[in-house]
Design a binder for this molecule. Structure first.
Ligand SMILES: C[S@@+](CC[C@H](N)C(=O)[O-])C[C@H]1O[C@@H](n2cnc3c(N)ncnc32)[C@H](O)[C@@H]1O
Length: 246
């Protein structure tokens, strides 16, 4: 893909700041959310799709990995990691696409969590039908709160909801993270507690997310951040950061 840039800068927070959103951008974002919510997130039927080389069943309310570009971008990045023998957690797994990409990249075992019970169920079914059920467990959990705070993961991956605001319902929790990112703010502290020595966190944000807030949360959790991949999609950029414990 020629619109993907590999990056190598090291910073202590994120290497960029929140971009003020003019009114026209806020209106455009609202319009995109309106159509995404009504046509994709809130759909009533189970769909079957192919994404990142997997055949995936997508139950109602579960984030659709083909219509939203973040999933395949992140899955393709994970495909370039060497995860041989690694214990991986996927926070906010949705269809399980990133967890499956981690298993394909060699992961010994993946624990996939989602706040949406339909997503946890969908991810488990997709792991089984793609032949990876033996290295996979799905848990319905608010971030990692259902898992003991012990350092058992070598790699933690997450593509959290990108935008602040009260979610309308469980489907909308894939898009809206609550006022001031309330629902995902503990992610970095929780990841730090559960990361084995030498472990890494990979997470995806939009350039339109509140990057100042994410920076503060990352610094508070005593991580250093490195932007490792970026893809521009006209109105915003998708950025993947690698976090390493300080
Ligand atoms: C942007 S979607 C990403 C889904 C999937 N990882 C992918 O890349 O296709 C964000 C996911 O995070 C889940 N989520 C939101 N808040 C959460 C929380 N507090 N704990 C666990 N999962 C959460 C949503 O239900 C949704 O499935």
């Amino acid at each position: 893909m020629n619109d993907v840039t590999e990056l190598v800068e090291v910073t202590y927070g994120l290497d960029r700041q929140t971009v003020p959103q003019p009114m026209w951008r806020r209106r455009l974002r609202q319009a995109i959310h309106f159509f995404s919510y009504h046509l994709i997130l809130k759909r009533r039927r189970t769909r079957v799709t192919r994404a990142a080389g997997f055949r995936l069943m997508i139950r109602p309310t579960v984030f659709h990995p083909r219509w939203f570009i973040t999933s395949q971008f992140f899955a393709s990045f994970i495909g370039r990691l060497d995860l041989n023998g690694k214990r991986v957690a996927d926070i906010g797994t949705g269809s399980g696409i990133l967890a499956l990409a981690a298993i394909r990249a060699g992961a010994l075992h993946v624990t996939a969590v989602d706040i949406n019970p339909s997503a946890a169920l969908t991810a488990a079914e997709n792991a089984r039908t793609n032949g990876h059920g033996d290295r996979f467990v799905a848990v319905c959990s608010n971030l990692l709160s259902a898992l003991a705070p012990v350092a058992v993961f070598d790699v933690i991956i997450s593509s959290p909801p990108s935008f602040p605001g009260e979610p309308r319902d469980i489907a909308d929790r894939a898009w809206h993270a609550g006022p001031n990112y309330r629902d995902v703010a503990p992610l970095f502290d929780q990841a730090r507690e559960r990361l084995a020595p030498g472990g890494r966190v990979y997470f995806l944000v939009s350039s339109d997310s509140d990057l100042d807030l994410f920076s503060a949360l990352i610094v508070r959790a005593r991580f250093q951040a490195r932007a490792v991949a970026e893809r521009s999609i006209v109105i915003e950029s998708l950025i993947i950061y690698e976090l390493e414990a300080l």
